[in-house]
Design a protein around this ligand. Structure first.
Ligand code: NAI
Length: 308
């Protein structure tokens, strides 16, 4: 198997590191526009191979798309990250140009690939990739819900005093501070609803903390986070390459599901060797359904900036 990660910055390199350590692919290409940057990161990663005992061959390249030929999966992380006080949406102009040109270059050499979009604003970048690539919709997956759900589980685990691994909890909707929807009423701790253990006030606090989880880290670190985004992306790559059929919220194109069409937004999907293979329906309450429609409106208005 062969994977390309475009953008050797914080998220791309962390994703690549996870892929290499888990030996998800035999070949891993890290590509960046900055001269020598991906080469340096790839060599550094390869120099951990003797220490960690993995055998994935990591190669770094500067804008050399020929080296990416025949990739089974391509991850796009190229683009600007947000700075403290910025929203993901403010990145749209610059990142749209980058994502579009990267997609065109990638498809010249890997027409059969599955693309995982990470660059922000991710929902719009995912829809842009779908529209400009002409690929079947199941081969374009936006990574946001995997990260947001992991953050939701983190905050729940802190309140419950349990392991995040014992929790089932998902975040659907757009990948934005005001558009994501942590489904607290569907979250369980080993099958028991978490709402049974938490006051309404605490539940609201957890939902609010999840929604600004990324912004909280950006304020602390000075730029946007990378460990969890990189791990969340690598988890999707793993489910594709190993055909694991993981059920994860991802940003995908809807065609009437959840009452929406002509949009890519976060819903639970099964991820396997064909990309996203099935959209899974969660029975939403009226209130949740309204929140989803509102979130879709916000994503749609972001898409309209690019006339999508
Ligand atoms: P970064 O600045 O560390 O890395 C971005 C890299 O992209 C840089 O190395 C840059 O040289 C490269 N790049 C820029 N234009 C390029 C081009 N045309 N071709 C190839 N490489 C190019 O940023 P970071 O923190 O890695 O974030 C990357 C993107 O991912 C940002 O847009 C950020 O907002 C987004 N992000 C998305 C998340 C999600 O959940 N979907 C989570 C975290 C970040």
């Amino acid at each position: 198997m062969k994977v390309t990660v475009v953008g050797a910055g914080a998220v791309g390199a962390t994703c690549a590191d996870n892929i290499a350590r888990k030996e998800l692919a035999q070949e891993l290409v890290l590509l960046d526009i900055r001269e020598g940057f991906a080469e340096g990161k790839a060599i550094d990663m390869m120099q951990t191979s003797a220490l960690l005992g993995f055998d994935t061959k990591v190669k770094g390249v500067t804008n050399d798309y020929e080296s990416t030929a025949g990739s089974d999966v391509v991850v796009i992380t190229s683009g600007l990250p947000r700075k403290p006080g910025m929203t993901r949406e403010e990145l749209i102009g610059t990142n749209a140009g980058i994502v579009q040109s990267v997609t065109e270059n990638i498809l010249k050499y890997s027409p059969e690939t599955i693309i995982v979009v990470v660059s922000n604003p991710m929902d719009t970048m995912t829809y842009l990739t779908l529209k400009t690539s002409g690929l079947p919709k199941n081969r374009i997956i936006g990574m946001g819900g995997a990260l947001d759900s992991s953050r939701f589980k983190y905050y729940l685990s802190q309140a419950l005093g349990c392991s995040p691994a014992d929790l089932n909890a998902v975040v659907i909707g757009g990948h934005g501070d005001t558009t994501m929807i942590p489904l607290i009423n569907h979250a369980t701790w080993n099958s028991v609803p978490v709402t049974q253990f938490l006051s309404k006030e605490k539940q609201d606090e957890i939902v609010a903390a999840t929604m600004v989880g990324g912004a909280t880290l950006t304020k602390l670190i000075g730029t946007s986070a990378w460990y969890a985004p990189g791990a969340g992306t690598a988890m999707l790559v793993e489910s594709i390459l190993r055909d694991e059929k993981k059920l994860v919220p991802c940003c995908v194109a809807l065609d009437g599901e959840y009452g929406q069409s002509d949009i890519a937004i976060g819903v639970p999907v099964v991820i396997g060797k064909n990309g996203w293979e099935k959209i899974v329906d969660i029975k939403l309450s009226d209130e949740e359904q309204q929140a989803f429609a509102k979130s879709a409106e916000a994503v749609r208005s972001m898409n309209s900036v690019l006339e999508l």
